[in-house]
Design a protein around this ligand. Structure first.
Ligand code: F6R
Length: 241
């Protein structure tokens, strides 16, 4: 299967096009469960969703959110917490209460149990309606680092050197945790719809590889080529155009 690549001009157009898809999903199913990546790429989309809600174009009163990944041993108030980032950028400004958020228990000592609890909560919540994802320069999705196959479960992972270097930029010199917990590839691929956002020149090389790849564990995002409803939104810089 080939990926449904939709080309946009720049990050602003990408945010609007992505928000259109999210609004469509939430309008069709107000209680949609949306998986929300952190990282820089989806921030424009989240800001656009917040704007649309303020303008009365998005009703998020029943929308639910599930986090994609988290560092281990980091509390929600730590500035490095991915949950905290998702909360500030999306959950709080959309007025989504804690009872409509699925998150990892990333502070406890039993990461395997946290992974099982998370999977169970997503499944009992009816599964993921839309996953909003970014891609790492090494092709990771969430913290499914290479190699990760389509069956990779929700689990604790050691972060790759590439990821540690990329993430260090976010935290202004603070130590980057070396372990994380991530929704597995199998959980991500179970989403009914997937939206992969790719923006900026640093993603040009991996996007080019992705668009030419068969499903291949050394490029985890390539597993999306076997998913029946994935849209890849890429701006001009990411397309190397
Ligand atoms: C974030 C995440 C990561 C990022 C990826 C791209 O929750 O899971 O996989 O989506 O590293 O990050 P940015 O968007 O900052 O380039």
């Amino acid at each position: 299967m080939t990926l449904d690549l939709r080309s946009v001009d720049d990050a602003a157009e990408l945010a609007r096009a992505a928000a259109d898809i999210v609004v469509d999903v939430v309008t069709t199913k107000p209680s949609a469960l949306v998986m929300a990546a952190t990282g820089e790429t989806p921030m424009g989309t989240y800001a656009e969703l917040v704007r649309r809600r303020a303008e009365g174009r998005l009703d998020s009163s029943a929308m639910r959110v599930v986090q994609l990944d988290e560092y281990l041993g980091i509390g929600p108030d730590d500035p490095r917490s991915l949950y905290g980032w998702m909360h500030r950028s999306l959950v709080a400004p959309l007025g989504i209460g804690a009872d409509r958020v699925i998150r990892f228990d990333s502070e406890g000592s039993d990461a395997d149990r946290a992974a099982r609890d998370y999977d169970r909560e997503v499944e009992s919540g009816g599964g993921i309606d839309l996953a909003i994802l970014g891609i790492g320069v090494n092709g990771h999705l969430g913290f499914n680092e290479p190699p990760s196959d389509a069956g990779a479960p929700t689990r604790a992972v050691d972060l790759s050197p590439d990821t540690l270097t990329s993430n260090a930029a976010y935290w202004g010199g603070r130590t980057v945790p070396t372990q994380a917990i991530t929704a597995g590839m199998s959980m991500i691929l179970s989403a009914r719809r997937i939206l992969l956002l790719v923006s900026g020149p640093s993603k040009a090389e991996i996007l080019d590889r992705l668009l030419r790849s068969e499903p291949d564990p050394s490029l985890p995002a390539s597993q999306l080529t076997a998913h029946p409803d994935t849209v890849v939104l890429a701006d001009r810089a990411a397309r190397g155009a």
